[in-house]
Design a protein. Structure first.
Length: 253
């Protein structure tokens, strides 16, 4: 099966760390090195780096570069998600894209579980809204993942709504607000389609039904991800609903 370049870069870096090529505290490849080596865009490289920082493998130092964390989380067991058509036995070319369906500033998170995780104060107390990004990911023009990302803005500020709608990195926005990801926790489960629909807001239900109407599975993977800063405060909640035809998990010892 073909492997997306994003996954290959990520897996190669993880294997280099596990093999000892890069030890805790070592500086790793620069973004320019990775772009030249793999022939990918700056956006792809930044996504890889952001994910590895959020997952606790790497840490950024402003003006110095990116380094292997000295206290690597998940040091021995590496978790790798594979996102590709699981039935693509003919090794057909794979194209991928992500569409921003909506960017919202909301006064209240109606899902009490998410609000509790983010320790969400009320809008009446802070006058600061929550930022919610709704994205749909495609492989070969077929939707395979619907993703909702939430963050509570730490203080009044101008949010680049227009840029987010055009694809600006959500993680980059948080970093610009001094909410730097240091680690994350992730859970993955399976739930039937109707139960998922019932758990969503009316607006999110419409998005889900619209994109999966021609490729509606009986069940979806549900991936919940919580991103923490260095003080172990939850700065982002990411909930993704993933079509089973396009998703698998590897545990690399």
């Amino acid at each position: 099966m073909a492997v997306l370049k994003y996954e290959k870069i990520k897996q190669d870096i993880l294997r280099d760390i596990e093999a000892g090529k890069f030890k805790p505290g070592d500086r790793i490849y620069s973004e320019g090195d990775l772009k030249a080596k793999y022939g990918v865009s700056n956006t792809t490289v930044i996504k890889v780096m952001n994910d590895l920082v959020a997952q606790g493998y790497l840490i950024r130092r402003q003006g110095e570069g990116t380094f292997v964390r000295k206290n690597i989380l998940n040091k021995r067991v590496f978790f790798s998600e594979n996102t590709r058509p699981l039935t693509n036995d003919k090794k057909e070319p794979i194209s991928e894209k992500t569409v921003v369906e909506a960017v919202d500033l909301i006064q209240q998170i109606t899902n009490s579980d998410i609000a509790k995780i983010l320790h969400a104060p009320s809008f009446e107390e802070t006058k600061v809204p929550f930022l919610k990004l709704s994205q749909v990911a495609f492989i070969n023009n077929k939707p395979w993942k619907l993703q909702f990302r939430y963050a509570h803005i730490s203080g009044p500020t101008d949010i680049p709504i227009a840029q987010l709608k055009k694809g600006l990195s959500f993680t980059k926005v948080l970093e610009d607000l001094n909410q730097i990801p240091e680690s994350e926790k992730m859970t993955i489960s399976v739930s039937d389609f109707e139960s998922i629909i019932d758990s969503l807001s009316e607006k999110d239900q419409k998005i889900m039904k619209s994109y999966f109407k021609n490729n509606r599975p009986a069940a979806l993977f549900v991936r919940n991800r919580i991103v923490y800063d260095r003080f172990e405060n939850a700065i982002e909640y990411d909930q993704a609903f993933i079509h089973p035809d396009y998703y698998s998990i590897d545990i690399i010892n």
